[in-house]
Design a protein around this ligand. Sequence first.
Ligand SMILES: Nc1ncnc2c1ncn2[C@@H]1O[C@H](COP(=O)(O)OP(=O)(O)OP(=O)(O)O)[C@@H](O)[C@H]1O
Length: 806
Amino acid sequence: MKEDNVGGSEVIVEPHRLTTSDEMNNGSTGGSSSSASARAVVVRNATKVYGSGKNRCAVLEGLNMTIKKGDIYGLLGASGCGKTTLLSCLVGRRSLNSGEILVLGNEPGTPESGVPGPRVGYMPQELALFGDFTIKETLQYFGRIYNLRAAFVDSQLEFLTKLLDLPASDRYVKTLSGGQQRRVSFAVALFHEPELLILDEPTVGVDPLLRHSIWNHLIRQSVDHGRTVIVTTHYIEEARQANTIGMMRSGRLLVEESPENLLNSYRLPSLEAVFLKICIRDGVKKRVEQRIGVAADTSTGPVVTCQTAARPQQPSVDHVNMAFDDSISQISVSEVEHPQFPATPTNSSGEPPVNVELISSTISNTTHLSEADMTRSQQPGSVAAAMASASGGRTTGRKSRSHTFRVALPSSHRLGALIRKNFLLTIFVLLYFLPAFQATVFNVTLGHEPTGLKMAIVNEEINPIQGRICNYSTDCSYSMLSCRYLRYIKDNIVQVPYESVPDALEAGKKGHVWGVIHFGRNFTEEFEVRQTEGDAANLENIMRSRISINMDSSNQQIDVYVEKWLLEAYGNFFKDFMKACMFEPEAGYLPVVVHPVYGQKDTPYTEFMAPGLIISIVYFMAVSLTAGVFVSERQQGLLDRSLVAGVQMTEVLIGHLVNQCTVMMGQTALVFMCMLLLFNIPCHGNLVLAIFITLLQGLVGMCFGLLIATLCDNENSALLLSQASFLPFTVISGVCWPIEGMPFYFRSIAYSMPLTYAIESLRSIFSRGWGIERLDVYAGILISIAWIVALLTMCLIIIRVRKYAS
Ligand SMILES: Nc1ncnc2c1ncn2[C@@H]1O[C@H](COP(=O)(O)OP(=O)(O)OP(=O)(O)O)[C@@H](O)[C@H]1O
C-alpha cells in the first residue's frame, strides 16, 4: 500500500482493489485531515442515550478517547458498560446525542470519511454472517462489496484459512461450530486489510493457541503495516499485548494508558488488580459526588445510566467484573492492595473514608482526559482543533442527523454483490413454482360443482307390488311423470329410493342424504288436471301436483346447487313433455329471460375468483419474501455488517428490488400460464395490461413486506404480521365474495385495501375485455402506484425514527 497526497488530503491506493470513479469522487479511499493524521480515532464528550421517556438511559456519558494510528488499543470494561455502543458509533452505525467523533480524520458516516466503508474492518460481537453461505461465498460477497480482485480474495482466503485454522472453504457457515463461525467472522473483518480494525471480543470461544496466533497477527498488522486495531476483550490479561488500554466504566473512560505504565504506576502485578483498584476508586468517587450533590447534570431531565437501569441487582461473574460493577463499588480497596502500595484506610463501618480532594486528585492523575487536558486540547494544533477543522468548524452539540440514507449514487460493484447474494438465497426453483402451485391447488379444489350428492327419493306413484321399477314413456301421455322428471336430474345427484317420507327425513337428519324429493300417490293425475284446467285449477289440485323437496340447508353452496339443478330438471322435463305433445317447448319456461352482456350464462365461480387469486398470490408471496429476507438479513446481522462495509441503504433496497422483481416476474409468468393454459381461464382483454397490473401489485406487496421488516425485529413477528394480514386482506378485497355483498359502511374499508382496485381492474380486463381507457382499469394502476409511494414513505420514516431511537 502506498500513500499519495492529492490536494492536501491523503489518498490511499490499495493495489488489490479495483478503485472506481465514484469512490475517488467520494474520497472514500482516503481523505483525512492532516492535523489529526497521527490519530486514528478521537472521541470528545461523547454522549449516547437510548430510549425515551421513562426508559431513557445514558450509555455513554461525556466519554473521551484518543487512539494513535498504528496502535493496538484494548478497550476493557464490564458487560453493559457501553463498549459495543461506542464501537458502533465509531463505525458510523449509530449517532451520538452529543459530542464529536473523528475516525481516520473524518466524521464517520460522512461521504468523505470512507467509514463506513473499506477503510474499516469490523467484527461485531454477534456472528453477523449468512448461515446459507459457504466460507468462500462469504469472503467473495465482501470481496465484491469492497471491489477486490478475485485473485486477492482467493489468496487471502488461503492465508486466513491457515492463520485462523478455518475449516474447508466450501463448508456452510451454519454447519460450523460456534468458535469456527467466530473465526470466519474475524476473517471477514481482516481479509481486505483495512486501515482500522475494530474487533468486538474477537477471542471469545477461541482456544489459547489460536488466541495467541490471532494476537500475533494483530501485532504484525500494527507493527509491519501501521494498521490501527481497536479490540474489546473480557480476557484482561491478553490486553497486555496492546499498546494502549482504555478502561470503560458506566459510559466513561476511566483510564487510557499503556499496560506497562499502568502496572508500574500502580505497582500491581496484574492488569486485573489495576482495573479493580481503578474501578473501586471510581465507585468511591461517585458515591462522594452523590453525597455532596455534584453528581448529575439534570438539565436535560433525569437520565439514568443504562447499566443501572438495566440490571440493578445483577450478580457479578468474576473478580474483575465485580470491580467494574457500580452496585458493588463499596468493596474495600484494601482487598486488592499490593503490599508495596499503601492501603487506603477504611472507617469503622468498613467503608473507605470520604475525602473528596484525595479521590479527585487520584482520579485526575489516573485519568488522562482530565478537564485540564480538555482545555489544553482547545489550543491551536490540538486534537480538538483538528476536530473542529475536520467538522467544518462546528461546535460540539446535539446531533440528530442520520447517515442511514446517504446521498450518493449507488455503486455498481456493491449493487452487483448484493444482487448476487440475493439470488444465491432465492435460487430455489420452488420459490418460482410456489405461486403456480397455489393457483393449481385453487383451480383443482375451488369453484367446481359438487358431485355424489345423495338425495332420498320417495315416489308414492310406484306400485310396490310391481317392484320398485320406475318406468316412464317419452310420448305425450300422462303416465308416471314423476319417473320422467327424475330422468332429467343431473348425475351430480345420486338418487336413493326410500319407502316412506319419515324414513327419508330420518336419513336426512342423520346426514345420510342431503334432502328428500317426494312425489304424492296421484302426482301424474293431479299434474294432468292442473295442465288441463290451467288458471281454473284449484289450490288443492295445485298443492298435490307439486314436487315436495326437503333440504339439509346447512351447506349453502350445496343447497344452492341442488335447488338450481332440480329447477333446471323441471324446466327440461316440461320442455320435453311439451315437445312430445306438439306444443311450443319454450312455453314451459318462466317468462323471464336473462342474456349475458359480458361473460357467459353460469360463469364458473373459478372465473370470478381467478383475477383476485392471481393478484393475492403474487402480492402475498412478495410480502412474505421481502419481509422474511429483510428481517432475517437484519437479525443475522449481515445487513449491519454490510452497511459497515460501506453498503448504502439505497443499494440494499435496489438490490432487493432487482432480485424480488425477477422472482416476481417468474412467478407471475408461471401463474398466468397455469391459469390460462392449464385451467383455461379466459382473458378477454389485453394480457400485457393484466400482467402489468399484477406486477404492480407485486411491488405493492414488496413495499408492504418492507414495512413489516422495518417494524419487526425478528422473523417470528414478521411472519405473524404477514400471515395475520393475509386473511383480512383477501376477504375484504373482494377476492372470494363481491364487495357489493358487504354492508355499506364496510365498503369504504374494502376500497381502502391495497388489493381491491387492482382486483377490480384485473377482473374487468379478464371478463369484460376492458382496456386502460376505462376508469375501472386505470384506477387499479393509479391506486397501486399511490400505495407503493405511501408504503415506501412510511418505511423511510420508520427507518429514520427507529435509527434515531436506537
Ligand atoms: N438499542 C438499545 N436500546 C436500549 N438500550 C440498549 C440498546 N443497545 C444497548 N443498550 C443498553 O446499553 C448498555 C450498553 O450496551 P453495550 O452493548 O454497548 O454494552 P457492552 O459494554 O458492549 O457490553 P458487553 O460487553 O456485554 O457486550 C446496556 O445496558 C444495554 O442494555
